[in-house]
Each structure stands twice: as structure tokens, then as C-alpha cells.
Write a protein that binds this ligand. Structure first.
Ligand SMILES: *[C@@H]1O[C@H](CO)[C@@H](O)[C@H](O)[C@H]1NC(C)=O
Ligand SMILES: *[C@@H]1O[C@H](CO)[C@@H](O)[C@H](O)[C@H]1NC(C)=O
Ligand SMILES: *[C@@H]1O[C@H](CO)[C@@H](O)[C@H](O)[C@H]1NC(C)=O
Ligand SMILES: *[C@@H]1O[C@H](CO)[C@@H](O)[C@H](O)[C@H]1NC(C)=O
Ligand SMILES: *[C@@H]1O[C@H](CO)[C@@H](O)[C@H](O)[C@H]1NC(C)=O
Length: 492
């Protein structure tokens, strides 16, 4: 257990000065080099009182230093040779604090990605500017499933090259540094394990040089060990989270610096968002990586990350899903769903389609002689209605099975939608359209269906859990979403 401290409320003065620091950062990020929407710092309704011109000058001059930081040899950028060979500038860099170095490094990445956003349409391979960072495993994102393949590629490469995550060591297993690996919330345990013990290049032991700080607690484990069944009392979870933040914010300088804006937590449990209320800055300012990405429950897509839910029975994926049938294999069923009637959407689905129509195989309880994954592999569309919470492991399973997911959700921010065009490999149907579901699916032309399936084959790798993690797989995609929130760049 982590040590607990008495709750101490922030004094008005320290709160204000902290907010000012946060605002300065927000303004910096809004500057010329900065693309897209800003993080919403708490209190962001306040008008910026900092003179913008002065700040911009500050950013501009620091950008000059950034040019100098570029290592000679990393050519192919548009930085002027003279500038980054200027020895007097290069020497100055040595005197920068870790924090300044980190920010400048991010400014370079931001500028590079921004150039890619504005310059790449179509075939990114033809661009010569990225060859210096292409690696052995040369996957290059391309095609309609990506919002902007070139910008994504650049951003991904910048992430691989620079991104450093500091993992707090505070806390003991099982509630920290450990998580479920064998159930519906397994992504929690798998991520913690990968970032802490994986071969990855992303973890740094040098907290000064980190871009983000990870608090490796597991809400699923808290539910297992702290929650009293049927009590519906989530206070112990909130207290644990609150204590954790308090401990790291007293022991290290990093949390207070930005009020947690460069910190992240990750959880797949339904109650993850509730637990994150344990600290209001964590809730409002930090990056929360959540399966339960319900915008009606405070999920903020500009700073929070939607996490795919991946169900691992006995710690593994079903072998059936690992090798889907060839693209031309016949899929006799139009659509398939089997699952309980919980949550706001499924009652309507089951009411209209359970045992109604042979084309739509809709079950509440799957009869024993039928096999769940085989049915997915034999269906053209897999229905993925939200249950108790917005996310459903069916979505990822459908992607593995190359069965076009039919998303039936409200207020759900789909995973990796900052990079992926979900409409290129799934169908979204309004809940009010459920009575017309068969009509809607029948109306998808053969050609459109083929395109969607091709799309699934492309995005499949982005949802795969590998041990060890592999480039562009789900672990890297999650990190990339965090990276994007940290540098705060929009790719589309
Ligand atoms: C977080 O946001 C909520 C809702 O906007 C607000 O009531 C609360 O005061 C905020 N907390 C902090 C610490 O700013
Ligand atoms: C190098 O930097 C110094 C100090 O900022 C500056 O005076 C000088 O003009 C620079 N030289 C070049 C070639 O950019
Ligand atoms: C961070 O701020 C809190 C509340 O103001 C304070 O108790 C704590 O000591 C600060 N942490 C550090 C490392 O200064
Ligand atoms: C699918 O394609 C393969 C090779 O292209 C072919 O050998 C096979 O007969 C096809 N199967 C069906 C069901 O059309
Ligand atoms: C999303 O949040 C809203 C507001 O709390 C809630 O009514 C709705 O049921 C949630 N959606 C799901 C699928 O849980």
C-alpha cells in the first residue's frame, strides 16, 4: 500500500500560481508551432492575462535553439544548415534544464508533424523527407483507413524516436505495477507489464527527461481488493487514486509543474472514470486512458485517450481469431450478435431482432451447439452494441474476425479515431435505426462491403496484442494516442 497523507487543500495563492504556469504552457502550445485544439486546463475559462506578443517572441527564440538541437547528420529537414551548425548555439543547449530540453524536443516534433500534416496528400513514400527515420520493419501507413497517412507516419516515427515515459515506482502489487491479464479488462495488465518490463525503448529512468509520467495503478485490481461487493461504494477506489497522486506530487516536482497535464493513468474497468475523480486535476487535466470513453461522463477526447477493450480468456486470444478465413470465404449470415440485455441499447436490439430473422443471428444466450467465434467468422457484419458501458470487446474481436463491426453506441469516442477513419472499416448505426437494421445492412453494396473488409485487413495490426509488443500494434497505438495528447497535435 502507498502511504497516505492528510488531505491538504491547496491555498488560493499556490493554486493561482500553479494555474498561471499551466496557462503559460497552454499559450505556448497555442503558438505558431502548435496545431489544433488545446488541452483544457482547469480554469481555462479565465482569460489569458499573459501578453501574447511577448510569449510568442519567447517561443520564437526558443525555436532557434531547437534548430540547433538537431543532431548533424539528421538531414532531410528544412532546417537551415547554418543554424544547426552554429556551435555557439549548440553550446547553449548544454546549459538548458531537463524541462527545457524536453519542451524543445517536443517543439521540433510538433513542427515536423505539422509540416507533414500540411504537405502530405496521397503517397507518402514518394516524399524524401522521411527516409532518415525509416527503420528495418518498414510498415508505411497508407490508404483510406487513415485520416492522414503521411502525418500519422511522421508522428509515429517522431514518437519512436523521442518519446520517453517515466513510470512512478511508488506502490506495491497487486494494485500497482500489476493488472489483470486474463479477462475483459486485460489490456490494463498487459499495458502496465509492457511498459514496465517490455523490451520497449519508451521507458526512461531519468525522470528529468521524460515527456509523460505514468501512474501504474490498476482500477480492476482495486475493485478486486478494495471494493466491497454489492456495496456500490466507490469511495475506496477514489481514495486510493487520490493518495497515489498526493504521494507522487509531494515526492517529485513533476505533478505540481503542470497540475498533472503531462501525467497519465490507464484503466479499462467500467469504474475507471469514477476512480479518476479521486483527484480533480487528474480528472480535468491529466491524460486519462479509458475503455469507458463516454463523453457524457466527462471523457474529453482532446486530452483523454480511448482504450480498446480486448477480452483474453485464459490470457489468450482464441486461435480462431488469429487466422481468419480468406477474404473470399463465404459468410452465410448477414449479421451476428450474442450477449446479455444490459445497458441502454441492447434491450432495443434484442427486442427487435432476437429470434426474428434468419439473416440476423441475434441471441441473448448462445445455444450450446453454436460457437461464438465461428459465428463471427461466418457473418458479414458483427453487431457491437454498448453494454453497461460504451466500449465492447466485440469491436476488436470483429476486427480480428474480419467481420465488419456495426457500432451501436451513443457518446462513444472510438479508439484511435485521432488517426483512423472508422467509417472506412466499420458501420455506425444510430440507435433509433435499430428497427431498420436489416434494411440498413442490406443497403451496403457489395463493393462497399469489399472496401470495408479491405480496411479491416489494414487496421487489424493496430489492434493486435503482441508479446513482446511490435511496431504499430495496439500497445504502440495506445502510446501514440498519448504522445499526440502530450504534444497536442491534431492530425486530420
Ligand atoms: C474540474 O472540473 C469540474 C467541472 O468542470 C469543476 O467543477 C472542478 O472545480 C474542476 N476541478 C478543478 C480542480 O479545477
Ligand atoms: C551563431 O550564433 C550567434 C549567437 O546567437 C550569432 O551571433 C551568429 O550570427 C550565429 N551565426 C550563424 C552563422 O548563424
Ligand atoms: C506540490 O503541491 C502540494 C500542494 O500545494 C504540496 O503539498 C507539495 O509539497 C508540492 N510538491 C512539491 C514537490 O513541492
Ligand atoms: C478463394 O480464392 C482462392 C485463391 O484465390 C481460390 O483457390 C478459392 O477457390 C476461392 N474460394 C472461394 C470459396 O471462392
Ligand atoms: C454514457 O453516459 C451517460 C451519462 O451518464 C449514460 O446515461 C449512458 O448510459 C452511458 N452510456 C453507456 C453505454 O453506458
Amino acid at each position: 500500500m502507498i502511504k497516505t497523507f492528510n488531505r491538504s487543500s491547496y491555498s488560493a495563492a499556490s493554486l493561482l500560481s500553479a494555474l498561471c504556469i499551466a496557462l503559460v504552457i497552454a499559450v505556448l502550445m497555442h503558438s505558431d508551432y502548435y496545431y489544433g485544439a488545446s488541452m483544457r486546463f482547469s480554469g481555462s475559462k479565465l482569460k489569458y492575462s499573459v501578453p501574447l506578443v511577448q510569449l510568442q517572441r519567447k517561443v520564437l527564440s526558443s525555436y532557434d535553439h531547437v534548430r540547433a538541437v538537431r543532431a548533424p547528420g539528421s538531414s532531410g529537414t528544412s532546417f537551415s544548415e547554418n543554424r544547426f551548425r552554429n556551435q555557439s548555439l549548440t553550446r547553449n543547449i548544454g546549459k538548458l534544464s531537463g524541462e527545457e530540453k524536453v519542451e524543445r524536443e517536443l517543439a521540433v516534433a510538433r513542427a515536423s508533424i505539422r509540416r507533414a500534416v500540411s504537405s502530405t496528400i496521397g503517397n507518402f513514400r514518394s516524399s524524401t523527407t522521411v527516409h532518415d527515420i525509416v527503420e528495418d520493419d518498414e510498415y508505411v501507413p497508407n490508404g483510406v483507413v487513415y485520416r492522414n497517412p503521411g502525418a500519422f507516419y511522421r508522428s509515429y516515427m517522431e514518437m519512436e524516436r523521442r518519446f520517453k515515459v517515466y513510470v512512478y515506482s511508488e506502490g506495491d502489487p497487486p494494485m500497482t505495477h500489476h493488472g489483470p491479464c486474463k479477462d475483459i479488462y486485460s489490456i490494463e495488465g498487459r499495458f502496465i507489464h509492457e511498459i514496465e518490463h517490455g523490451v520497449g525503448r519508451f521507458r526512461t529512468r531519468d525522470a528529468q527527461r521524460a515527456h509523460v509520467y505514468f501512474m501504474p495503478f490498476s482500477v480492476t485490481m482495486m475493485v478486486k481488493y478494495l471494493y466491497k461487493p454489492l456495496s456500490y461504494n466507490l469511495t475506496p477506489l477514489r481514495h486510493f487514486v487520490s493518495d497515489y497522486v498526493r504521494v507522487v506530487s509531494m515526492k517529485y516536482p513533476f505533478w505540481n509543474r503542470t497540475h498533472g497535464a503531462d501525467h497519465f493513468m490507464l484503466t479499462c474497468h467500467d469504474w475507471g472514470p469514477h476512480a479518476s475523480r479521486g483527484n480533480s486535476f487528474l480528472y480535468n487535466t491529466s491524460i486519462r486512458v479509458l475503455c469507458n470513453a463516454n463523453t457524457s461522463e466527462g471523457f474529453n477526447p482532446q486530452k483523454d485517450v480511448s482504450l480498446p477493450e480486448i477480452n483474453l480468456y485464459a490470457g489468450k486470444l482464441s486461435p480462431k481469431l488469429l487466422s481468419p478465413p480468406p477474404a473470399n470465404a463465404s459468410r452465410p449470415h448477414l449479421a451476428f450478435f450474442a450477449g446479455g440485455t444490459h445497458g441502454p441499447i441492447r434491450p432495443s436490439l434484442l427486442h427487435h431482432w432476437k429470434n426474428r430473422d434468419n439473416d440476423l443471428q441475434v441471441y441473448e444466450y448462445l445455444p450450446e451447439h453454436l460457437d461464438y467465434y465461428s459465428l463471427m467468422l461466418q457473418s458479414k457484419f458483427c453487431l457491437c452494441p454498448s453494454g453497461h458501458e460504451v466500449a465492447s470487446p466485440r469491436i476488436v474481436e470483429a476486427i480480428y474476425a474480419e467481420c465488419v463491426p456495426v457500432i451501436l453506441s451513443e457518446h462513444y469516442v472510438l479508439p484511435f479515431s485521432d488517426v483512423l477513419r472508422w467509417e472506412a472499416f466499420s458501420i455506425q448505426v444510430e440507435v433509433s435505426e435499430i428497427p431498420r437494421l436489416k434494411e440498413v445492412l442490406k443497403a451496403v453494396s457489395e463493393e462497399k462491403y469489399r472496401t470495408l473488409k479491405q480496411g479491416l485487413r489494414v487496421v487489424r495490426k493496430h489492434f493486435m496484442l503482441n508479446k513482446p509488443a511490435q511496431r504499430f500494434d495496439v500497445f504502440h497505438m495506445i502510446l501514440h494516442s498519448i504522445w499526440l495528447r502530450r504534444i497536442n497535435v491534431r492530425l486530420s
